[in-house]
Design a protein around this ligand. Structure first.
Ligand SMILES: NC(=O)c1ccc[n+]([C@@H]2O[C@H](COP(=O)([O-])OP(=O)(O)OC[C@H]3O[C@@H](n4cnc5c(N)ncnc54)[C@H](O)[C@@H]3O)[C@@H](O)[C@H]2O)c1
Ligand SMILES: O=c1ccn([C@@H]2O[C@H](COP(=O)(O)OP(=O)(O)O[C@H]3O[C@H](CO)[C@H](O)[C@H](O)[C@H]3O)[C@@H](O)[C@H]2O)c(=O)[nH]1
Length: 335
């Protein structure tokens, strides 16, 4: 455990995963500063006591002055654009926000002597893998600009780390879901497309039905299988990764974040029905372009490298926390 805790800059800290990371860092005793331009995030997702700067990570001058002002020792970089189909329609937006602006942020970090960098990457860097289970050594062949924009930032970080006094941890998330078990934050994304978010909205009558995209995959029930990771377990991995970077300043790492076990679309919808006590209407639709049948994380490296201990693997618990947040935010609209 690290004793001298410096301030950590969380970019995208007003977003879904970033707001959970802020809480996890605070719970572990790290002082936190947030930078977010609020393009998809919510000011209300960051508690009043946390220094907040409404700044774009692509504004190098502003970011450098924040790094200096707060004596930032590490950056967790969540800020980015996250919608895969949008990246296909507007690739330059993704190469700008996820790649070019990350370059500006990394340069600011180097210039201000930040020593550690944790980066939000994605299983989308693997594209359509040859095997259902993917390890960090599986080939990276993104099939959309979103995945490529993240892979390019990964490459940049590795090169920069070789040339400068900075180490990094690249975390490749599988399917992130759920919400803070204490109800302090959750996913407030507007027009969400992620299965569990869509399904809990339907369970509360905010949508008429859930489309099942594809019923003819080579999976146990023909629907897509994914490795859903509870957002609290994911952000716990970030705190452990930060501590590992501090303890071994010469080491950098790339780690898959998932449980190594998959659920089909139908199994997820069964869980939503069980937990909500209702029956969400399901409509079978054709496959979505670019969806692999099965995508499951090989997570041995995460378990061994940072001694991660998953706590919320139960699909009913993941769905239950997502549903609780959805109910709560129906009462208090996000601002
Ligand atoms: N949600 C997932 O399943 C998933 C999976 C893999 C990877 N990721 C990655 O995790 C990170 C967080 O995703 P999320 O689901 O919390 O999305 P989100 O949209 O809720 O959060 C992104 C946050 O970044 C902010 N932001 C965007 N561009 C910015 C910029 N240029 N400058 C400053 N702030 C900016 C937004 O306002 C928002 O608060 C992203 O980098 C995403 O690619 C998410
Ligand atoms: O309304 C829906 C939404 C999704 N699905 C299905 O549910 C599964 C999960 O789909 P999501 O849209 O929730 O997530 P993806 O697996 O497509 O992608 C997510 O996880 C990826 C990594 O696994 C990347 O991180 C990506 O950024 C992130 O959006 C897929 O089989 C999809 O076809 C449906 O049937 N109906």
């Amino acid at each position: 455990m690290t004793s001298n805790k410096f301030s950590v800059l969380v970019t995208g800290g007003a977003g879904y995963i970033g707001s959970h990371a802020v809480l996890a860092l605070q719970d572990a005793g790290w002082p936190v500063v947030v930078v977010d331009n609020l393009v998809t995030g919510f000011r209300s997702a960051v508690s009043e006591g946390v220094p907040f700067h409404e700044v774009d990570v692509g504004d190098g001058k502003a970011v450098r002055s924040i790094l200096r002002e707060h004596g930032i020792g590490a950056i967790m970089h969540f800020a980015g654009s996250v919608v895969v189909p949008e990246s296909v329609e507007n690739p330059l937006k993704y190469y700008d926000n996820n790649t070019a602006r990350s370059r500006v942020l990394i340069e600011a970090a180097i210039k201000e002597g930040v020593r550690h960098f944790v980066f939000s990457s994605t299983a989308a860097v693997y594209g359509e893998p040859d095997t259902a289970r993917v390890s960090e050594d599986s080939p990276t062949r993104p099939i959309n600009p979103y995945g490529m924009s993240k892979l390019m930032t990964e490459a940049m970080l590795r090169d920069v780390t070789n040339a400068h006094d900075l180490n990094h941890c690249i975390l490749r998330y599988f399917n992130v879901a759920g919400a803070d078990p204490q109800g302090r934050t959750g996913q407030s994304t507007q027009g969400a497309t992620h299965l569990i978010k869509v399904a809990v909205e339907a369970a509360l009558g905010k949508r008429s039905h859930v489309a099942i995209f594809g019923g003819d995959f080579e999976t146990r029930d023909g629907t897509g299988v994914r490795d859903y990771i509870h957002v609290s377990d994911l952000v716990a991995a970030h705190v452990l990764a930060l501590e590992a970077l501090v303890e071994k300043p010469d080491a950098s790492m790339t780690l898959n974040c998932g449980y190594g076990r998959g659920y089909s679309v139908r199994e997820v919808l069964d869980a939503v029905d069980r937990v909500s006590g209702g029956e969400v209407e399901r409509r079978q639709e054709p496959r979505r372009a670019g969806d692999p049948g099965e995508l499951i994380s090989e997570n041995a490296r995460l378990l061994a490298t940072v001694l991660w201990q998953p706590r919320h693997q139960n699909i009913d618990e993941i769905v239950g926390h997502a549903l609780a947040w959805e109910r709560q935010s129906a009462l208090e609209p996000a601002g």
